[in-house]
Each structure stands twice: as C-alpha cells, then as structure tokens.
Design a protein around this ligand. Structure first.
Ligand code: FDA
Length: 583
C-alpha cells in the first residue's frame, strides 16, 4: 500500500533534480523530491554557468538571484598557464567570452551573461525556490527500487533516519541521481562508453590570494610543475570558488594505482606547491577523490521513468558543461511532463525527450573528453612529452626563452596550442546551439543553414524549427527593453508575428482554446505592442512580417512559416497537434 502519492517523483537534488523540481513546481505540477543525504551539495563542484542555462533560469524567474550570488563574467576570464600561482607565467587565454571580439558574440546571442555559480550555492537556491512554489522535498530518503504499470510507478524508498522503507506512488519519475544512478540502472538505460578513464582529487581550501591574482582575475589557473606528481607532467588546476579567498584544486592521480590517502598533510602539500608562496596562510576545508568518465546513454527514458543529468551523461569538467547540461535536460523534460499530466498532450510528447537530449549529451561528453586530449598540445609545445625526466622537462620549458630559430618556433607553437583551447574555454556554439529534431518540431522543408564560422566555437542564430528562438532586444510598453526570449517561455506556447500577421494572432486564440493550451501572441512592428527599433529581430527571425514563429514553452521553435498562408488556423492547429501528439 503506497504511503505517499505525487504526480512526479524526482530522485536527487543535484543540478538536474533541483532544476526539474523548480521547473515542474513553476508549471504547477505536484512534485516530490527525495534525496539521499540530509543536505544539498557540500562542495563547490560544478560552477561555470553558461548563457543557455542563465536563459533557462531567467525563464524560471531566478536569474537575478543567481547573478547576485555568482562571480560575474568579467572576473572569470584571464585563464592562466603558469608554474605556480606565485611563479612564472607561460601564457594566458581570454576565456568565457571575455576576449574583446568574443564579448560581442556573447552579448549579441543572449539577454543573459555567463557567470560562475558554485554548485553548493546553486542547489540551495533552486531547491528553496522550488519549495516556495510548492515542491516537497524529503531529505535522508534513498531510492531503493521501482515497479512500473500502465498508470504509474511504485517507488520503494528507504528513510535513512528512521531506517524503515516505504512506497511512493508517482505518475512519472525523474531519475536525477547522478553518476552512479540506480534509477538508470533499475530501468536498464543503455550506457555506452567507459567509467574511470582518469582519477582526480578535489581539494577545497581557504587562502587569501588577492595579491597574486588581482592583475589577472580568473576562474581557472593551470599550473604545470614537472616532477610534482612523481615522474609526470604535474598539471594541476587552481580554481577560484569565491574571489579571492576560497579555492579548489583539481589534481590528477593514477587511476590504475590505489586511491591516494587524502590526509590534511597530503592536501596541504599540493596546495603549497601549486600556490608557490609559503607565506600565505592556508586552511584545508575538504578533500575528495572522483573519477573522470566518458559515457552517455542512448536512451534517456523507459516507460514512465526519465533520467537527467549525470545519470545519462558522464564526462570530465572541461568546458564546464556538467551542471549546465543537467539543468537544460530538466528544462526540456519539465514542460512535456506538465502538459502530458494536464492531458494537453499525448504520451508521444515524452518520447521526444530522448530524441532531443540524447544527441546533446553525446556531443557534450565527446567535447569535454576531447578538450582534455587537446591540452596535450600545450604539453607538447613546452617539450614535456618527449621525456619523462622532470629535470629535462624544466629545461625544455625554459628553452623557449632563447634567441634561436627553434625557440621562436617553440614560442609560436605554445601560442597556437593555448589559442586552440578556445575549444574548451570559448566554445560558444556547443554551449548555445542545441538544435532539436523530433516529433515536437515541425520541419519547414528548409535545409540546415551552413554555419558561417566554426559551429563549435561560434553560436549562430537560427529560427529554423528545432533551433532556440533567436534573441533580439525589442521595445515594449513604456519603452521597456525586452528580449524576444522574455516574451516566449513561461510554460506556454507563443506565436511571434508582425504587421500583416493578424491571422496568426486570431489562430493562436482559436487553436489554443480548441486544444485547451495557452498560446500567447506577440506582434512586433511600428504601432504594435512591441517594436523592433534596432531592426535586429527582422535580421534573425527568418520570416517576413506576415510570417510566424511558434515557440514552445522551452523557447525552441516548433513551427515556422516564412509568410502568410491561406488558412493560418489550420496550419497552426496541425503544427500544435503534431507537437503535442494529438494528431
Ligand atoms: P549530482 O551528482 O549532482 O546529484 C545527484 C543527486 O542524487 C544528489 O542529490 C544525490 O544525493 C542524489 N542521490 C544519489 N543516489 C541517490 C539515491 N539512491 N536515492 C536518492 N538520492 C540519490 N563538474 C564540473 O563541471 N566541474 C567540477 O569541478 C566538478 N567537480 C566535481 C566534483 C565531485 C566530487 C563530483 C561528484 C562531481 C563534480 N562535477 C564537476 C560534476 C558535476 O557536479 C555534475 O556534472 C553535476 O552535479 C551533475 O548533476 P546531477 O544533478 O545530474 O547529479
């Protein structure tokens, strides 16, 4: 006999689970979260919060709160390669969209800014907001097993405080239980790839390093210290957690050997070596070991169970895509669950979750692992790969200072190798341009646009069905500046049209009423509620004034018509019926 009933049970309160709870609660879905521990994330873990995630958080109404707590973009960008924080610098890269030319790309693409929000700040914010909107959360409650039938899922859970077990009956389950997902295992999601391709240690510590970094504020400082990890290159990452007194070091260990003994003395030794200034007082907060994985699920759901986040894609922190992709998975899934639960959509809409998110997960896993491999270019340029003798490595690094043709070549090679790291630290296309192909998108027969620049490095605005609605600043009532993204989203469909598109506005009202679905209408043009005074919308919308874009609740384009059609109502109804599996 079930003891607790809920429409959606979310397992896990990490970025995926807390974002799922927030989005579902925002859409008015009866939601319960169970989470294994009696706390949220207790270490900073993931931190880079990219523009697409900030757009998601903006639509869910928490962008300002996140930005208020996060470290802003302008303090994120001087990625440094050095021999220690106090030591010699080998090179720098303007990262996270802070190079002057890239700033323009980033600010043109979105109404939001990237920021650095440690996971132990992000999770409480998302969970508290979800709770304030009605989601229930049960801490110290562990998923044990589940059974599905035609009407729902019975989930067996353990109360870790009392020690007893009980059942939760849910219409749907979201498995957001991380990299060792028992939910994904319980429903047999097919994971392809490899766990444990590398070993890492995270050391969190307090130390005021302001005097060492004030001239080059950054989130990441890469330290290369040949010999520091006994015979290896000695590459470690010093990451800013809170400017400029709280830090996290990521240090590798040999996955084929025994895990290191994480004593305070061991951690302090690594911190001292990488900081390189023994006069700085250091307090170790915590140390933990974790593994680097290269794994993605081919399918994200089975029946009424849907997995999100690390449960279905596991990869290293390079490119900072971990929690971003997890939050974006949840956002893709939540509106679909809400509409199916409200009977506004058929169950086929839920099948589009895998179709849309699994290709993104695979891309992210491959990109993050490739970025690790690409770092070898820097080691190679410094002459660290042709010997295992730390003394020789140091000599090779110093050789670049000589006045010889070889040294000039070495300097050029290092510059190029660092610039190549744009694929990790300025990878705007991967961060922003997720294009969906599924039955929740109605193709308009046009071929994909040829990207003008490298599609991984550069974001390309597109209104082709499946793409995210392009951002443009419009002027609204009382001259308020609004993004097109602000007019879409909000858990509803939105048609965007212009002067001459009145038939689409009438169609939105009529079809919305007939299908019992909210379809908002935005008319852009002189004398209308919104105007395109900069002309930017006209440049990116991909339609004529009398055409239409239908944006889904997640602000992806579901349907596009380049111009007016003889029967707008029939066209819009057919599109919505396809998207909502009500054909
Ligand atoms: P996540 O693992 O965050 O959350 C899983 C949730 O499920 C937790 O709340 C957990 O308690 C709960 N749970 C697990 N089993 C359960 C069960 N049986 N029943 C109930 N609840 C259960 N990324 C990055 O970009 N930069 C970084 O530096 C790091 N560093 C880092 C360090 C460490 C130690 C870890 C573990 C991970 C990282 N990551 C990282 C990865 C990043 O944290 C990760 O991509 C996201 O947290 C994924 O979010 P999820 O919500 O999918 O899983």
């Amino acid at each position: 006999m079930a003891q607790l009933e809920t429409d959606v049970l979310v397992v896990g309160s990490g970025p995926a689970g807390s974002a799922a709870a927030l989005a579902l609660a925002t859409y008015g879905v009866d939601t319960t979260v169970i989470t294994k521990h009696g706390r949220l994330a207790d270490t900073p873990r993931a931190h880079i919060t990219n523009q697409r995630t900030m757009e998601v958080l903006r639509d869910l109404g928490v962008e300002e709160e996140v930005a208020a707590e996060a470290t802003p973009q302008h303090l994120m960008g001087n990625l440094v390669y050095c021999t220690s924080i106090a030591g010699e610098e080998l090179g720098r890269l303007h990262a996270w969209g802070t190079r002057p030319d890239r700033m323009a790309d980033y600010s043109a693409a979105s109404p939001t800014r990237m920021c650095d929000m440690p996971q132990d700040l992000m999770e409480p914010l998302l969970v508290h907001t979800a709770q304030s909107r009605g989601a229930r959360i049960r801490f110290d409650t562990e998923f044990v097993s589940l059974e599905q039938d035609d009407d729902g899922v019975t989930v067996h859970v353990r109360d870790r405080l009392r020690g007893d077990e009980y059942d939760v009956r849910a219409r749907y389950v979201v498995g957001a239980d991380g990299g060792r997902s028992q939910v994904a295992e319980a429903v047999g999601l097919p994971l392809r790839g490899q766990m444990g391709v590398g070993g890492s240690i995270n050391i969190v510590f307090e130390a005021d390093l302001s005097h060492l970094v004030a001239d080059r504020p950054s989130v990441l400082y890469w330290v290369l210290q040949p010999g520091a990890d006994v015979g290896g290159i000695g590459a470690g990452l010093v990451r800013m957690v809170r400017p400029w007194h709280r830090w996290l070091i990521v240090w590798g260990y040999d996955i084929d050997g025994p895990p290191p003994d994480l004593t305070e003395e061991y951690a302090l030794g690594i911190v001292r070596r990488l900081v390189g200034d023994d006069s700085v007082p250091v307090t170790i907060s915590s140390s933990s070991a974790w593994t680097v994985n290269h794994l993605a699920a081919e399918r994200y759901s089975a029946g009424r169970v849907f997995c999100a986040g690390d449960a279905v894609h596991r990869h290293p922190p390079s490119n900072g895509l971990g929690s971003n992709t997890s939050i974006q998975d949840a956002y893709n899934l939540a509106w679909k669950l809400a509409m199916v639960l409200r009977r506004q959509a058929g169950p086929g809409l839920l099948e589009t979750y895998t179709a849309e998110r699994a290709p993104v997960g695979r891309q992210v896993v491959d990109r993050a692992n490739q970025s690790i491999a690409d770092t070898a270019r820097i080691f190679d340029a410094l002459g660290l790969l042709d010997t295992s003798d730390p003394g020789l490595m140091v000599e090779h690094m110093a050789a670049r200072k000589q006045a010889t043709p070889e040294a000039e070549k070495q300097r050029a090679a290092l510059r190029e190798a660092i610039a190549f790291k744009d694929y990790e630290f300025n990878c705007h296309g991967v961060e922003m341009d997720q294009r969906y192909a599924s039955t929740a998108v109605v193709p308009d027969g046009t071929p994909p646009e040829e990207p003008l620049r490298d599609p991984e490095l550069y974001s390309h605005a597109s209104s082709r069905p499946g793409a995210k609605l392009p951002h443009a600043w419009l002027t609204g009532p009382r001259r308020r500046q609004v993004s097109t993204l602000d007019l879409g989203g909000q858990g509803r469909f939105t048609v965007f049209t212009g002067i001459g598109g009145e038939a689409w506005v009438r169609a939105a009202a009529a079809v919305g009423e007939r299908l019992g679905v909210e379809v908002a209408a935005v008319v852009v043009g002189p004398g209308q509620e919104y105007d395109d005074l900069y002309g930017d919308w006209a440049r990116v919308r991909g339609t004529d004034d009398g055409g239409v874009l239908l944006a889904r609740p997640d602000n992806h384009v579901a349907f596009r018509s380049a111009g007016p059609v003889p029967d707008a109502e029939a066209a819009l109804e057919a599109a919505l019926r396809t998207v909502l599996d009500r054909a």
